[in-house]
Design a protein. Structure first.
Length: 173
């Protein structure tokens, strides 16, 4: 995060040694879109937030090494979307995890190589976690980001107020 965007997030990324802040994923999907680059977590959080905005319930599914979005439609059909790869898989996360090679056809149709498919099969074979949207996926950072965007203004305003107060006290003496 550049200093001029949010100096608090910049300082956290530069000096905290917390990996989540070194390669920061914006919680606010519009900031992620404006950034223009990201990894699977960014793309999945953007998709999840956009789906929420139009009233489509979804879950962020986090496999160790990859993040996707699952939507259960009114007809009880579940579809997993991989916005980072641009692939739609008409299977549940459980079905994918139980049979990871079942996704190969869908990724292959979109032009991915057998090397890509092997990597994805390894990832999808692992235990996954399911989250109710971005707030559940990044709970602590969710609140920290929103608070930091208030603080980047409140801190300087507070310092100005203290300065004016001290200046007025000095002039009175």
């Amino acid at each position: 995060v550049p200093f001029w965007e949010n100096y608090i997030l910049y300082i956290m990324g530069k000096y905290s040694n917390i990996p989540e802040f070194e390669r920061y994923h914006f919680i606010d999907f519009e900031k992620s879109i404006r950034r223009g680059v990201g990894v699977c977590g960014d793309a999945s959080m953007i998709m999840s937030e956009v789906l929420n905005k139009v009233g489509i319930t979804n879950k962020i599914i986090s496999f160790p090494g990859h993040v996707v979005v699952a939507v259960k439609y009114q007809n009880n059909e579940t579809v997993v979307y991989d916005p980072d790869f641009g692939v739609t898989v008409p299977l549940t996360p459980k079905e994918i995890s139980e049979n990871p090679v079942s996704v190969n056809t869908y990724y292959f149709q979109e032009g991915y190589t057998s090397s890509d498919l092997n990597k994805l099969s390894t990832i999808f074979a692992k235990k996954y976690n399911s989250f109710d949207g971005v707030k559940g996926f990044m709970t602590k950072k969710y609140y920290f980001e929103y608070i930091s965007y208030w603080l980047i203004w409140l801190i300087p305003i507070g310092l100005l107020c203290v300065s004016f107060y001290l200046l007025s006290k000095i002039r009175q003496t």
